[in-house]
Design a protein around this ligand. Structure first.
Ligand code: ZN
Length: 490
């Protein structure tokens, strides 16, 4: 499909027409979870946002390589440079291998993402599996003169970098302001300047996750893994780098600086950032008592939830806001989303059996809705606008169903594409009630038993044939013998 796709680029601060590095292909790198703790609401938004981006490109005929990393080393929630790794700490407390801890949370995260119907990444690299690449990258930055060693650790030299490049260009921060807003080093630090960040940290003797390097036994700084792994799997110049707004600074700013320091160019064509989720107007956090895991949302087991919300309801709710706007969770908003989703899903069922009238003129309104939906999704993945147009189509579907309006085969084909392809394939919204396969199983079993009954009848074994009919009836399956065979209903 030859459509122009507009994407908002955080780096240029405007929407740009998407032009891939390689025609027909898209490389997307998204910062994945730090696998310490359960997947929560904060994970759902980037999960769904970049999933729709991937699905849209695939729908438009692009070949997509979607890379989302697993951070299993080097990242501490509050300060990437100091202190003890949380995975290592839990491992030590519970006598587990650090990899067991990381694996447990990785599986839980993947399961939550599967429930939200997000496509799995094409590659899901782990930071701990790419230590060699990260050491090589530190060496490159070192050789280029943008890093220094201090007591076995290696730091990125922000001032030296800023003399040649622009530290702060992605986040829009100004270096001098950042310096005056940072507290002075306490004299204990190995860093020359408080803005410098760790590329390699020497491990304390009790630290269990450490690797040999030219500088010390240690571990890589958090920002390093994404520079190393994106280049490894997508090349030194690739299309899209995504992540949450909370990663813009320092994580992505540092990543961009590392790219430029090591290879002279930023390497990313479009930087995308999804906005954050608030809960009843407040930031989500353990200290606010409103920290909700995805499992709690799906089961309703959290004191601020009045009911469980299905994964599709959460997904629909996220799609109702543009990814660059903030999104506020509340029970009212989720219940409204649940209703909206139901209407869309019912229309998707109804559209299959809509009657078509021949000869009538094409419905201009349907054509316009169809065009508007694709224009919206190609305009910086504007899902709320696409959904509002789809609701206009729901109204038309209901009118046709009630006999107040008629459509021809062309109109039906457009509605089919919107409701039977666009909604499940691009928006990723699917009917949850049909999701477990039980309907197909029941249907298959009834057909099989009717087959046995047919054999019994042809053998003139009417006792067996009647027994099957009566037993099925007792289970609520009505059967009717017709000249074309047997019809059954539940
Ligand atoms: Zn990252």
């Amino acid at each position: 499909m030859e459509r122009e796709i507009l994407l908002y680029n955080t780096l240029s601060r405007r929407k740009e027409i998407f032009k891939p590095v390689t025609p027909g292909m898209v490389g997307i790198y998204v910062c994945g979870p730090t696998v310490y703790g359960d997947a929560h609401l904060g994970h759902a938004r980037p999960g769904v946002t970049y999933d729709v981006l991937v699905r849209m490109f695939r729908y438009m005929g692009y070949k997509v390589r979607y890379v989302r990393n697993i951070t299993d080393v080097g990242h501490l929630e509050h300060d990437a440079d100091e202190g003890e790794d949380k995975i290592a700490k839990k491992a030590k407390l519970e006598s587990l291998e650090p990899m067991e801890v990381a694996q447990e949370y990785t599986l839980r995260y993947q399961e939550a993402m599967r429930k939200l119907n997000t496509c799995p990444p094409s590659i899901e690299p782990r930071a701990s599996g790419h230590i060699i690449e990260q050491i090589a990258l530190v060496q490159k930055i070192f050789d280029a003169g943008f890093a220094y060693e201090s007591n076995g650790s290696v730091y990125f030299d922000v001032r030296a970098f800023h003399e040649k490049h622009n530290y702060g260009e992605l986040s829009g921060r100004v270096l001098d302001d950042m310096i005056s807003n940072t507290r002075e080093l306490d004299g204990q630090s190995d860093k020359r300047s408080p803005l410098d960040f760790a590329l390699w940290k020497k491990a304390a003797p009790e630290h269990i996750m450490k690797w040999p390097s030219p500088w010390s036994e240690g571990f890589p700084g958090w920002h390093l893994e994404c520079s190393a792994m994106s280049a490894k799997y997508l090349g030194e110049e690739f299309d899209i780098h995504g992540g949450g707004m909370d990663l813009l600074f320092p994580h992505h700013e540092c990543e961009l600086a590392q790219n430029k320091a090591s290879r002279g160019k930023g390497g990313v064509r479009y930087w995308m950032h999804n906005n954050m989720i608030t809960i009843e107007g407040k930031k989500m956090g353990k200290s606010y008592g409103n920290f909700i895991t995805l499992e709690e949302l799906f089961t309703g087991k959290h004191n601020i939830l009045v009911q469980p919300y299905s994964p599709m309801t959460i997904r629909f709710f996220i799609l109702q806001a543009h990814y660059r706007s903030t999104l506020d969770f509340s029970n009212d908003a989720l219940q409204a989303a649940e209703k909206g989703l139901k209407r869309i899903m019912q229309a998707a069922k109804d559209v299959k059996s809509l009657q078509v009238k021949g000869g009538s003129e094409d419905n201009k309104e349907i054509r316009k809705i169809y065009d508007d939906v694709f224009t919206a999704i190609c305009d910086d993945i504007n899902t709320p606008i696409a959904l509002s147009h789809l609701f206009d189509a729901v109204r038309i579907i209901n009118q046709v169903k009630d006999g107040q309006s008629a459509i021809n085969a062309n109109d039906k084909a457009l509605l089919d594409e919107l409701f039977l392809k666009f909604i499940p394939d691009v928006l990723g919204l699917v009917d949850e009630s049909a999701g477990n396969g039980s309907e197909e199983l029941v249907g298959g079993l009834v057909e099989m038993i009717l087959e046995v009954r047919k054999v019994a009848k042809s053998n003139k074994d009417f006792a067996t044939s009647d027994l099957i009919r009566d037993k099925l009836k007792a289970l609520g399956v009505q059967i009717k013998d017709t000249k074309d065979g047997v019809e059954w209903t539940l």
